[in-house]
Design a protein around this ligand. Structure first.
Ligand code: ADP
Length: 222
């Protein structure tokens, strides 16, 4: 069996993090931990966390670091995560979160941080056409819809536009990315954990690049 991996994937909204993380989690048989998906599940089931998070998420604002990292800490304690690793998507998103994550993982560490690079003009096009299953979060687009419009191929749920994919919320999210998350690239570079990958191309092409980068890091180049 392929060895597990401890991976963080960075990239601006629409860079393809979610799509790649799902594929990488299948390839390496490790859980895909998406803070956005976890929060949306809480919103859907109207938990106290979901009720607290919803308005800020819909506006495209970041949630407090401690709230996010408490949620991630609990998830990382689960057995399949501690044995094989994880793929973290959407976290860390601030330097404070990165520091807290480092502390949580000590004495171990991440294997690699992938930064998926995609120009802003292209992410705007991708977000405008993105459609997501309300129930299982599977990702589609107007150019690649589910077989039966707009019913999810995976779970039969309703496929629709995300409430925070409006123009106003997207511009707020991209601004938060530049201010809070882009500095993480240098932070991880200083710790020799970062690899920058070209995120332009088909999902399969980007997956190949990601796997090649991970394997190169482990010294088992394909
Ligand atoms: P995107 O990366 O496309 O903006 P996500 O699905 O990753 O979207 O997250 C949706 C929303 O959830 C964010 O806009 C933010 O409000 C909240 N969120 C998710 N992860 C974090 C995080 N690590 N720190 C703060 N807020 C977060």
């Amino acid at each position: 069996m392929t060895p597990g991996v401890r991976l963080v994937v960075l990239g601006k909204q629409g860079a393809g993090k979610g799509t790649q993380c799902v594929r990488l989690s299948h390839y390496y048989s490790v859980p895909h931990i998406s803070t956005g998906d976890m929060l949306r599940a809480n919103v859907k089931t109207r938990t106290p966390l979901g009720l607290e998070a919803q308005a800020r998420m819909d506006r495209g604002e970041l949630l407090p670091d401690t709230l996010i990292m408490d949620m991630v800490r609990e998830r990382l304690k689960e057995r399949n995560v501690s044995s094989r690793g994880f793929i973290l998507d959407g976290c860390p998103r601030t330097v404070v979160q990165a520091e807290l994550l480092q502390d949580m993982l000590a004495p171990s560490s991440l294997d690699l941080v992938i930064d998926l690079e995609v120009p802003t003009e292209l992410v705007l096009v991708r977000i405008a056409s993105r459609r997501v299953c309300k129930d299982c979060q599977a990702i589609y687009s107007t150019s690649e819809p589910p077989v039966v419009k707009w019913i999810c191929d995976v779970c039969g749920g309703m496929v629709q536009q995300r409430p925070d994919d409006t123009e106003e919320a997207v511009s707020r999210r991209l601004a938060a990315y530049e201010a809070e998350t882009a500095p993480l690239i240098g932070w991880y570079e200083d710790r020799e954990l970062l690899v920058r990958l070209d995120g332009v191309g088909t999902p399969d092409e980007v997956l190949e690049r990601s796997i090649a980068a991970i394997e190169a890091r482990r010294g088992t180049e394909r």
